[in-house]
Ligand binder design. Structure first.
Ligand code: UDP
Length: 472
């Protein structure tokens, strides 16, 4: 960008500041985006909280690799919470409030000039969960672009909350059949049932209704971003939904899947893990036959009840297949006992997931359908068995099962018999064969979309051009 001083034009180097909401899925994805942007030659500051920065220092190899880039730097600011305070989805409200109030001044100081000799920030790229960070930048005259980590379909559902209320679809009518299709909102007809709307729609309490309105308002707040919105999806994956989103956000950059895009432009994909990865999982997979293992993970946030855990456990054992199961601490609420040892089931606390999904021994992925996991499975060409729990997961699993047809959506069912049936269908016989073919074709198409001339790559190139021009 250029600044004019008394008739004389001087060049000011573009400098992008990337600020993720400090939870695992957000840090990882925005690190991938930052990696790709910095690789395009732009100066980049990645803003972490002190707490997460210390974890990245310990556990993320990509973080060390990025730190060595000359035009890339990490800066961290306090999140305002005591050291021993949990920082999980359960504490979302507390964490968000603390960032909005106690971290804001630190953030503004970085925006003004942190005194490190870097050029002023010319554009911020902020997580859409923090409209205050967008507003603070724009008040200082710095244009903001918003980034959302969720699917386009979920963004559209949040933007349509007023229409759903108007059509008396939300709150769900009493005694509503959750299998009824939603036909009253453009972009939802034909594939979405009430059951597939994002998890927040299911809350019937006043607090739940308040929550869904907050989610909707936060999404609508992104309309104030002068630089537009970036989504981790692509024309290929969600073309029809993107055209609906663009009717409200004309400047929407669909640059996903970001881990594939960043791997394609930089030959490595920044993982940003905040937890230690157990590599014994890979050694165990090395010893298993091709496509014989069901990889199981419910992501970084979800919690299972003991009853749910046990039904999955029995379903897995009864299916006769091999399992690699990520049992993250805190996954099974309040359950201290170690699960029984079974030869065919390997349990680990955290794995390098993309590497696991690329492993020849993995035959399918039983997933909660977090958007990152869904995209990682698509890119690896692995069929999914979907068991969504909350937020955008319900809508993502519908895309997997009904729109792309690369998996089995078993939402809302968790009996051991249903688990066994779904696993067998995804691993054996004709259904498994069809899913495998569809997943392999999808992987080829998604791979093309991030290569030269592909739809996501072209939008990324436009994003780089537009960021470079912002502020000029
Ligand atoms: N993940 C990982 N190791 C694991 C389990 C998950 O690295 O053992 C990563 C996974 O690759 C993904 C992220 O954690 O990038 C989870 O994000 P997602 O959006 O799927 O779900 P969330 O955790 O936000 O519910």
């Amino acid at each position: 960008c250029m600044i004019e001083l008394t008739g004389e034009k001087i060049m000011v180097e573009p400098h992008v500041l990337v600020f993720p909401f400090p939870l695992q899925g957000h840090v990882t994805t925005m690190l991938r985006l930052a990696d790709a942007i910095s690789n395009a030659g732009l100066r980049l500051t990645f803003l972490n909280t002190d707490y997460n920065h210390a974890l990245l220092d310990r556990f993320s190899a990509s973080h060390h690799r990025l730190s060595r880039r000359p035009r890339f730097r990490f800066i961290s600011i306090p999140d305002g919470l005591p050291e021993d305070n949990p920082r999980t989805m359960r504490n979302f409200v507390e964490l968000e409030e603390s960032l909005r109030t106690r971290s804001l001044e630190f953030y503004k100081k970085v925006l003004r000039d942190d005194g490190d000799g870097w050029p002023p920030v010319s554009c911020v790229l902020v997580d859409g969960l923090m409209p205050f960070a967008m507003d603070a930048a724009q008040e200082l005259g710095i244009p903001a672009i918003v980034f959302r980590t969720i699917s386009g379909a979920c963004i559209w559902a949040y933007l349509c909350i007023p229409r759903l209320v108007e059509a008396a679809e939300f709150p769900f009518p009493e005694k509503a059949d959750w299998d009824d299709p939603i036909n009253c909102v453009p972009g939802m007809e034909g594939y979405l049932r009430r059951r597939d709307l994002p998890g927040f729609f299911r809350h019937t309490s006043a607090a739940g209704e308040k929550l869904i309105r907050i989610v909707g308002d936060v999404t609508a707040d992104s309309l104030r971003a002068r630089g537009g919105i970036i989504l981790n999806t692509s024309e290929h994956l969600e073309g029809p939904i993107l055209s609906h989103i663009r009717s409200l956000f004309p400047l929407t950059y669909a640059v996903g899947p970001l881990h594939a895009l960043s791997a394609s432009v930089t030959s490595f994909s920044a993982s940003g893990s905040l937890w230690a990865e157990d590599r014994s999982a890979i050694l165990w997979l090395d010893a298993q036959p091709d496509r014989s293992v069901v990889y199981v993970s419910f992501g970084s946030i979800a919690e299972l009840s003991t009853a749910q855990f046990l039904e999955f456990w029995h379903g897995f054992v009864d299916s006769g297949h091999r399992f690699l199961w990520v049992l993250r601490p805190g996954l099974v609420a309040g359950w201290e006992r170690a699960p029984p040892e079974v030869d065919r089931v390997k349990m680990v606390s955290w794995v390098p997931q993309e590497e696991v999904l690329r492993h020849r021994a993995v035959g399918c992925f039983l997933t909660h359908c977090g958007w990152n996991s869904t995209l990682e499975s698509l890119v690896a060409g692995i069929p999914m068995v979907c068991w969504p729990l909350l937020a955008d997961q319900q809508i993502n699993s519908r895309l997997v099962g009904e729109v792309w047809r690369v998996g089995i959506d078993m939402k809302d069912i968790y009996s051991r018999e249903a688990v066994e049936r779904a696993v067998k269908a995804a691993m054996e016989g004709e259904t498994a064969e069809a899913l495998r073919r569809a997943a392999a074709e999808m992987a080829v198409e998604v791979g093309r979309s991030v290569e030269d001339g592909g739809c996501a790559r072209l939008e990324f190139e436009k994003l780089i051009r537009d960021i470079s021009a912002l502020g000029s």
